[in-house]
Design a protein around this ligand. Sequence first.
Ligand code: 4NP
Length: 150
Amino acid sequence: MVCLGNICRSPIAEGILRQRASEQGVVVETDSAGTSAYHQGEAPDSRMIRTAKANGIDITDLRARQFVKSDFKKFDLIYAMDKSNYDNILSLSQNEEDRAKVRMILNESSPGSNAEVPDPYFGGEEGFQHVIDLLEEAMEFVIKRIHEQG
Ligand code: 4NP
């Protein structure tokens, strides 16, 4: 799960995926990263930690890191939160195999829409819940895909 800072959208995306997958007995290795290094080593944004907790999701253990080229080798599926993240990830790709792993996360719940998870960083508290609602829905499809593909 990849966003810009790895402190708002991608940590909650990872938190929702690991929790819902575990509840459903689906085994998946999860991780998240940012295309920037702005917040390297930091815990998720306190507003997202708080909103996540209100939704029954604990992301306090996660720490920000930057997306790196070797992530293409390490992971089967790489999800971008918005178009800018998508382009930045692709700019680090080295071959078709790398590129085929990269998807826009909301295309899982709204195929072909190329819809974006809005960046909540500079907005109000309600933006954080909106991000969670969008990602809860998308993760149902991600888990289904992982379950079916094994
Ligand atoms: P994220 O949100 O990409 O969802 O983690 C942001 C976090 C920090 C900044 C921008 C977006 N920033 O400019 O520092």
